[in-house]
Design a protein around this ligand. Structure first.
Ligand code: NAD
Ligand code: ZN
Length: 354
Protein backbone atom coordinates (compact mmCIF):
# COMPACT_ATOMS: atom_id res chain seq x y z
CA UNK A 1 0.00 0.00 0.00
CA UNK A 2 1.21 3.45 -0.89
CA UNK A 3 0.34 6.76 0.71
CA UNK A 4 1.70 9.88 -0.95
CA UNK A 5 2.57 12.86 1.22
CA UNK A 6 2.86 16.25 -0.45
CA UNK A 7 5.47 18.54 1.04
CA UNK A 8 6.72 21.98 0.03
CA UNK A 9 10.21 20.79 0.94
CA UNK A 10 10.06 17.38 -0.67
CA UNK A 11 7.13 15.02 -1.30
CA UNK A 12 7.47 11.34 -0.47
CA UNK A 13 5.73 7.98 -0.42
CA UNK A 14 4.92 5.84 2.55
CA UNK A 15 4.98 2.18 1.57
CA UNK A 16 3.30 -0.18 4.03
CA UNK A 17 3.57 -3.95 3.78
CA UNK A 18 4.53 -7.20 5.40
CA UNK A 19 8.19 -8.27 5.04
CA UNK A 20 9.04 -5.39 2.69
CA UNK A 21 12.29 -4.73 4.56
CA UNK A 22 13.84 -7.49 2.48
CA UNK A 23 13.07 -5.68 -0.76
CA UNK A 24 14.18 -2.16 -0.06
CA UNK A 25 16.27 -2.08 -3.25
CA UNK A 26 13.10 -2.25 -5.38
CA UNK A 27 11.89 0.98 -3.82
CA UNK A 28 14.99 3.07 -4.54
CA UNK A 29 14.84 5.20 -7.66
CA UNK A 30 18.47 6.33 -7.43
CA UNK A 31 21.90 4.74 -7.18
CA UNK A 32 23.60 5.76 -3.99
CA UNK A 33 27.39 5.89 -3.71
CA UNK A 34 27.20 4.60 -0.15
CA UNK A 35 24.57 3.93 2.49
CA UNK A 36 24.73 4.40 6.25
CA UNK A 37 22.17 2.45 8.26
CA UNK A 38 21.61 4.03 11.67
CA UNK A 39 19.80 1.85 14.19
CA UNK A 40 19.68 1.09 17.92
CA UNK A 41 20.95 -1.80 20.01
CA UNK A 42 17.57 -3.61 20.10
CA UNK A 43 16.50 -3.12 16.52
CA UNK A 44 19.97 -3.61 15.06
CA UNK A 45 20.15 -7.18 16.34
CA UNK A 46 16.79 -8.02 14.86
CA UNK A 47 16.65 -6.29 11.49
CA UNK A 48 19.88 -4.58 10.39
CA UNK A 49 21.15 -7.63 8.52
CA UNK A 50 17.86 -7.96 6.59
CA UNK A 51 18.11 -4.36 5.44
CA UNK A 52 21.78 -4.76 4.59
CA UNK A 53 21.12 -7.89 2.51
CA UNK A 54 18.04 -6.41 0.84
CA UNK A 55 20.08 -3.46 -0.40
CA UNK A 56 22.47 -5.73 -2.22
CA UNK A 57 25.21 -3.24 -3.01
CA UNK A 58 28.70 -2.17 -1.94
CA UNK A 59 29.58 0.48 0.62
CA UNK A 60 26.93 -0.21 3.21
CA UNK A 61 27.78 0.78 6.77
CA UNK A 62 25.87 0.14 9.98
CA UNK A 63 26.03 2.31 13.09
CA UNK A 64 24.34 1.15 16.27
CA UNK A 65 23.50 3.58 19.08
CA UNK A 66 22.17 2.73 22.54
CA UNK A 67 18.44 2.11 22.61
CA UNK A 68 16.43 4.84 24.30
CA UNK A 69 15.68 8.54 24.40
CA UNK A 70 19.15 9.42 25.79
CA UNK A 71 20.66 8.76 22.37
CA UNK A 72 18.89 11.83 20.95
CA UNK A 73 21.76 13.96 22.26
CA UNK A 74 24.42 16.18 20.79
CA UNK A 75 27.31 13.74 21.45
CA UNK A 76 25.66 10.87 19.61
CA UNK A 77 24.70 13.25 16.83
CA UNK A 78 28.31 14.44 16.55
CA UNK A 79 29.71 10.90 16.67
CA UNK A 80 27.44 9.87 13.82
CA UNK A 81 28.76 12.78 11.76
CA UNK A 82 32.30 11.63 12.54
CA UNK A 83 31.44 8.12 11.33
CA UNK A 84 29.78 9.48 8.20
CA UNK A 85 32.95 11.43 7.38
CA UNK A 86 35.21 8.43 8.13
CA UNK A 87 33.09 6.15 5.94
CA UNK A 88 33.39 8.68 3.14
CA UNK A 89 29.71 9.51 2.75
CA UNK A 90 29.21 12.20 0.11
CA UNK A 91 26.30 14.13 -1.31
CA UNK A 92 25.22 11.07 -3.30
CA UNK A 93 25.00 8.94 -0.17
CA UNK A 94 21.93 7.79 1.70
CA UNK A 95 21.11 7.45 5.39
CA UNK A 96 18.58 4.84 6.48
CA UNK A 97 16.90 5.32 9.86
CA UNK A 98 16.02 1.84 11.08
CA UNK A 99 14.08 1.93 14.34
CA UNK A 100 11.51 3.83 16.33
CA UNK A 101 10.97 7.54 16.74
CA UNK A 102 14.28 8.05 18.52
CA UNK A 103 16.26 6.74 15.57
CA UNK A 104 14.01 8.51 13.04
CA UNK A 105 14.52 11.86 14.77
CA UNK A 106 18.25 11.39 15.35
CA UNK A 107 19.25 9.86 12.01
CA UNK A 108 16.94 12.29 10.22
CA UNK A 109 18.68 15.24 11.84
CA UNK A 110 22.07 13.79 10.93
CA UNK A 111 20.86 13.48 7.31
CA UNK A 112 19.47 17.03 7.41
CA UNK A 113 22.80 18.48 8.48
CA UNK A 114 25.47 16.24 6.93
CA UNK A 115 26.95 18.27 4.06
CA UNK A 116 23.87 20.51 4.29
CA UNK A 117 21.55 17.59 3.75
CA UNK A 118 21.61 14.18 2.10
CA UNK A 119 18.78 11.77 1.29
CA UNK A 120 17.33 9.67 4.04
CA UNK A 121 14.79 6.89 4.31
CA UNK A 122 12.74 6.04 7.36
CA UNK A 123 12.24 2.37 8.15
CA UNK A 124 9.98 2.64 11.23
CA UNK A 125 9.88 -0.38 13.52
CA UNK A 126 7.58 0.82 16.31
CA UNK A 127 3.85 1.48 16.23
CA UNK A 128 4.53 4.98 17.54
CA UNK A 129 6.76 5.68 14.57
CA UNK A 130 3.67 5.76 12.33
CA UNK A 131 3.41 9.22 13.84
CA UNK A 132 7.07 10.28 14.03
CA UNK A 133 8.00 9.13 10.52
CA UNK A 134 5.34 11.29 8.87
CA UNK A 135 5.51 15.07 8.77
CA UNK A 136 9.21 15.75 8.37
CA UNK A 137 10.12 16.83 11.88
CA UNK A 138 13.60 15.71 12.95
CA UNK A 139 15.36 16.68 16.15
CA UNK A 140 17.64 15.94 19.05
CA UNK A 141 17.24 17.05 22.65
CA UNK A 142 19.01 19.80 24.56
CA UNK A 143 19.66 19.34 28.29
CA UNK A 144 17.14 22.13 28.81
CA UNK A 145 14.37 20.50 26.83
CA UNK A 146 13.18 17.89 24.37
CA UNK A 147 13.43 18.33 20.60
CA UNK A 148 14.82 21.85 20.93
CA UNK A 149 17.49 21.34 18.24
CA UNK A 150 15.98 20.26 14.96
CA UNK A 151 14.59 20.92 11.56
CA UNK A 152 11.86 20.14 9.05
CA UNK A 153 13.49 17.58 6.79
CA UNK A 154 11.23 15.01 5.11
CA UNK A 155 12.61 11.61 4.11
CA UNK A 156 12.68 10.56 0.46
CA UNK A 157 10.71 7.45 1.42
CA UNK A 158 9.09 5.75 4.40
CA UNK A 159 9.17 1.99 4.27
CA UNK A 160 6.95 0.49 6.95
CA UNK A 161 7.39 -3.24 7.37
CA UNK A 162 4.53 -4.20 9.67
CA UNK A 163 6.14 -7.59 10.30
CA UNK A 164 8.69 -5.84 12.55
CA UNK A 165 5.89 -4.88 14.97
CA UNK A 166 5.68 -8.54 16.02
CA UNK A 167 8.73 -8.19 18.26
CA UNK A 168 7.57 -5.01 20.02
CA UNK A 169 7.08 -5.26 23.80
CA UNK A 170 3.47 -4.64 25.00
CA UNK A 171 4.43 -1.30 26.56
CA UNK A 172 5.53 -0.06 23.14
CA UNK A 173 2.30 -1.25 21.52
CA UNK A 174 0.38 0.69 24.17
CA UNK A 175 2.52 3.71 23.40
CA UNK A 176 1.87 3.79 19.66
CA UNK A 177 -1.77 2.87 20.07
CA UNK A 178 -2.34 5.99 22.20
CA UNK A 179 -1.21 8.14 19.27
CA UNK A 180 -3.65 6.26 17.07
CA UNK A 181 -6.41 7.08 19.55
CA UNK A 182 -5.33 10.72 19.35
CA UNK A 183 -5.60 10.69 15.56
CA UNK A 184 -8.99 9.00 15.86
CA UNK A 185 -10.17 11.80 18.17
CA UNK A 186 -9.14 14.37 15.56
CA UNK A 187 -11.05 12.79 12.70
CA UNK A 188 -14.52 11.51 11.94
CA UNK A 189 -13.17 8.52 10.03
CA UNK A 190 -14.73 5.88 12.30
CA UNK A 191 -11.28 4.98 13.60
CA UNK A 192 -12.33 5.75 17.18
CA UNK A 193 -14.91 2.94 17.29
CA UNK A 194 -12.54 0.52 15.61
CA UNK A 195 -9.73 1.20 18.07
CA UNK A 196 -11.81 1.06 21.22
CA UNK A 197 -13.54 -2.18 20.27
CA UNK A 198 -10.16 -3.96 20.46
CA UNK A 199 -8.18 -5.44 23.29
CA UNK A 200 -4.43 -5.02 22.84
CA UNK A 201 -3.67 -8.60 23.93
CA UNK A 202 -5.80 -10.01 21.15
CA UNK A 203 -5.30 -7.61 18.30
CA UNK A 204 -4.42 -9.22 14.95
CA UNK A 205 -1.53 -8.00 12.78
CA UNK A 206 -4.03 -7.32 9.97
CA UNK A 207 -6.11 -5.04 12.21
CA UNK A 208 -3.03 -3.27 13.45
CA UNK A 209 -1.89 -2.66 9.89
CA UNK A 210 -5.30 -1.25 8.98
CA UNK A 211 -5.27 1.09 11.98
CA UNK A 212 -1.78 2.40 11.41
CA UNK A 213 -2.61 3.06 7.80
CA UNK A 214 -5.67 5.07 8.86
CA UNK A 215 -3.58 6.91 11.46
CA UNK A 216 -0.95 7.81 8.88
CA UNK A 217 -3.61 9.11 6.49
CA UNK A 218 -5.09 11.34 9.18
CA UNK A 219 -1.68 12.70 10.14
CA UNK A 220 -0.60 13.14 6.50
CA UNK A 221 -3.80 15.03 5.73
CA UNK A 222 -3.11 17.47 8.57
CA UNK A 223 0.60 18.09 7.90
CA UNK A 224 -0.08 18.61 4.20
CA UNK A 225 -2.36 21.49 5.10
CA UNK A 226 0.10 23.05 7.52
CA UNK A 227 3.64 21.77 7.23
CA UNK A 228 5.25 24.28 9.57
CA UNK A 229 2.65 24.22 12.29
CA UNK A 230 1.13 27.66 12.14
CA UNK A 231 -2.45 26.38 12.16
CA UNK A 232 -4.19 23.00 12.02
CA UNK A 233 -1.02 21.01 12.71
CA UNK A 234 -1.31 22.25 16.30
CA UNK A 235 -4.26 19.88 16.71
CA UNK A 236 -1.78 17.00 16.68
CA UNK A 237 -0.73 18.21 20.12
CA UNK A 238 -4.01 16.93 21.55
CA UNK A 239 -3.18 15.24 24.85
CA UNK A 240 0.42 16.42 24.70
CA UNK A 241 0.30 19.51 26.95
CA UNK A 242 -0.22 17.33 30.00
CA UNK A 243 1.43 14.27 28.41
CA UNK A 244 4.76 16.03 27.93
CA UNK A 245 4.57 17.52 31.43
CA UNK A 246 4.03 14.07 32.96
CA UNK A 247 6.92 12.58 30.99
CA UNK A 248 9.27 15.36 32.07
CA UNK A 249 8.11 15.30 35.69
CA UNK A 250 8.52 11.54 36.08
CA UNK A 251 11.78 11.46 34.10
CA UNK A 252 11.89 10.09 30.57
CA UNK A 253 11.45 6.35 30.30
CA UNK A 254 9.28 5.82 33.38
CA UNK A 255 6.22 5.91 31.15
CA UNK A 256 6.44 5.55 27.39
CA UNK A 257 5.53 8.67 25.44
CA UNK A 258 2.16 7.23 24.47
CA UNK A 259 1.31 6.08 27.99
CA UNK A 260 1.80 9.67 29.15
CA UNK A 261 -0.18 11.01 26.18
CA UNK A 262 -3.05 8.63 27.03
CA UNK A 263 -3.45 10.38 30.40
CA UNK A 264 -3.29 13.69 28.53
CA UNK A 265 -6.05 12.58 26.13
CA UNK A 266 -8.32 11.69 29.01
CA UNK A 267 -7.59 15.08 30.56
CA UNK A 268 -8.31 16.83 27.26
CA UNK A 269 -11.75 15.18 27.27
CA UNK A 270 -12.28 16.32 30.86
CA UNK A 271 -11.27 19.94 30.20
CA UNK A 272 -13.39 19.98 27.02
CA UNK A 273 -16.41 18.98 29.10
CA UNK A 274 -15.71 21.76 31.59
CA UNK A 275 -14.72 24.56 29.21
CA UNK A 276 -16.82 23.81 26.15
CA UNK A 277 -19.70 21.89 27.68
CA UNK A 278 -18.81 19.17 25.19
CA UNK A 279 -20.36 15.73 25.52
CA UNK A 280 -17.61 13.21 24.98
CA UNK A 281 -17.01 9.46 25.51
CA UNK A 282 -14.74 10.02 28.51
CA UNK A 283 -16.04 6.99 30.39
CA UNK A 284 -15.49 4.77 27.37
CA UNK A 285 -11.87 5.93 27.07
CA UNK A 286 -11.25 5.61 30.82
CA UNK A 287 -12.57 2.03 30.86
CA UNK A 288 -10.64 1.06 27.76
CA UNK A 289 -7.35 2.43 29.15
CA UNK A 290 -7.89 0.53 32.42
CA UNK A 291 -8.68 -2.74 30.65
CA UNK A 292 -5.55 -2.37 28.58
CA UNK A 293 -3.31 -1.65 31.56
CA UNK A 294 -2.30 1.92 30.85
CA UNK A 295 -0.66 3.15 34.07
CA UNK A 296 -2.07 6.27 35.72
CA UNK A 297 1.07 7.70 37.30
CA UNK A 298 -0.06 11.13 38.41
CA UNK A 299 -0.38 12.24 41.96
CA UNK A 300 -2.09 15.22 43.61
CA UNK A 301 1.20 16.32 45.17
CA UNK A 302 2.70 16.97 41.71
CA UNK A 303 0.05 19.41 40.48
CA UNK A 304 2.16 22.57 40.86
CA UNK A 305 5.14 21.01 39.09
CA UNK A 306 2.90 19.81 36.26
CA UNK A 307 1.31 23.23 35.80
CA UNK A 308 4.79 24.83 35.69
CA UNK A 309 5.90 22.32 33.07
CA UNK A 310 2.75 22.96 31.03
CA UNK A 311 3.54 26.69 31.09
CA UNK A 312 7.03 26.02 29.79
CA UNK A 313 5.80 23.86 26.90
CA UNK A 314 7.38 25.22 23.73
CA UNK A 315 3.93 25.47 22.17
CA UNK A 316 2.98 28.04 24.79
CA UNK A 317 2.55 31.53 23.42
CA UNK A 318 2.78 34.72 25.49
CA UNK A 319 2.95 32.66 28.67
CA UNK A 320 -0.65 31.48 28.31
CA UNK A 321 -1.49 27.82 28.40
CA UNK A 322 -3.06 26.75 25.17
CA UNK A 323 -4.66 23.33 24.95
CA UNK A 324 -6.24 21.41 22.13
CA UNK A 325 -9.81 20.59 23.13
CA UNK A 326 -12.70 18.90 21.37
CA UNK A 327 -16.23 20.03 20.66
CA UNK A 328 -16.83 16.45 19.64
CA UNK A 329 -14.83 13.61 18.09
CA UNK A 330 -13.42 14.98 14.84
CA UNK A 331 -13.91 18.62 15.84
CA UNK A 332 -10.81 19.97 17.62
CA UNK A 333 -10.17 23.58 18.67
CA UNK A 334 -7.26 25.35 20.33
CA UNK A 335 -8.29 27.01 23.54
CA UNK A 336 -6.54 29.13 26.15
CA UNK A 337 -7.17 27.91 29.66
CA UNK A 338 -6.57 30.30 32.49
CA UNK A 339 -3.91 29.03 34.90
CA UNK A 340 -6.05 28.93 38.04
CA UNK A 341 -8.84 27.12 36.27
CA UNK A 342 -6.38 24.66 34.81
CA UNK A 343 -5.02 23.94 38.24
CA UNK A 344 -8.52 23.24 39.56
CA UNK A 345 -9.32 21.02 36.60
CA UNK A 346 -6.11 19.06 37.02
CA UNK A 347 -6.67 18.62 40.74
CA UNK A 348 -10.21 17.32 40.40
CA UNK A 349 -9.21 15.19 37.40
CA UNK A 350 -6.40 13.51 39.32
CA UNK A 351 -8.50 13.04 42.47
CA UNK A 352 -11.16 11.38 40.39
CA UNK A 353 -8.80 9.05 38.51
CA UNK A 354 -6.55 7.75 41.28
P1 NAD B 1 12.05 4.30 20.53
O1 NAD B 1 12.58 4.62 19.21
O2 NAD B 1 12.91 4.52 21.70
O3 NAD B 1 11.57 2.77 20.55
C1 NAD B 1 11.03 2.24 21.72
C2 NAD B 1 11.78 0.98 22.18
O4 NAD B 1 11.40 -0.11 21.34
C3 NAD B 1 13.29 1.09 22.11
O5 NAD B 1 13.83 0.42 23.21
C4 NAD B 1 13.62 0.32 20.82
O6 NAD B 1 14.91 -0.23 20.86
C5 NAD B 1 12.57 -0.74 20.82
N1 NAD B 1 12.18 -1.24 19.50
C6 NAD B 1 11.96 -0.51 18.40
N2 NAD B 1 11.48 -1.27 17.41
C7 NAD B 1 11.42 -2.53 17.88
C8 NAD B 1 11.00 -3.77 17.34
N3 NAD B 1 10.48 -3.85 16.10
N4 NAD B 1 11.08 -4.87 18.11
C9 NAD B 1 11.54 -4.79 19.39
N5 NAD B 1 11.94 -3.65 19.96
C10 NAD B 1 11.88 -2.54 19.21
O7 NAD B 1 10.70 5.10 20.84
P2 NAD B 1 9.42 5.46 19.96
O8 NAD B 1 8.30 5.37 20.92
O9 NAD B 1 9.33 4.73 18.69
O10 NAD B 1 9.67 7.00 19.60
C11 NAD B 1 9.75 7.99 20.59
C12 NAD B 1 10.49 9.18 20.04
O11 NAD B 1 9.80 9.66 18.90
C13 NAD B 1 10.62 10.34 21.00
O12 NAD B 1 11.95 10.77 21.03
C14 NAD B 1 9.74 11.42 20.39
O13 NAD B 1 10.23 12.72 20.64
C15 NAD B 1 9.80 11.09 18.94
N6 NAD B 1 8.65 11.56 18.18
C16 NAD B 1 8.88 12.31 17.09
C17 NAD B 1 7.82 12.78 16.32
C18 NAD B 1 8.08 13.56 15.07
O14 NAD B 1 7.14 14.09 14.48
N7 NAD B 1 9.31 13.64 14.63
C19 NAD B 1 6.51 12.47 16.67
C20 NAD B 1 6.30 11.69 17.80
C21 NAD B 1 7.38 11.24 18.54
ZN1 ZN C 1 3.19 12.23 20.56
Amino acid sequence: KNIHVRSTIQSYDIVIGNHIRHHIKDQLDKNYSSILIITDSNVGKLYAQDIHDGLNQKNIFIEIVDAGEQSKNIETFYNLHTKAIEYGLDRQSLIIALGGGVIGDLAGFVAATYMRGIDFIQVPTTLLAHDSSVGGKVAINHDKGKNLIGSFYPPVLVLYDTDTLQTLPPKEIRSGYAELIKEAMLSDSGLWNKLLSQHLDRITPADLEQFLEMGIKIKAEIVQQDERESGVRKFLNLGHTLGHAIEADLGYGVLTHGEAVAIGLLFAFYVSEQELQAVLPIQELRDWLKRNEYPFLVNTDRIDELIDLMKRDKKTEHNQIQMVLLNKIGDPVTHIVEENKLKNYLTSFVEREI
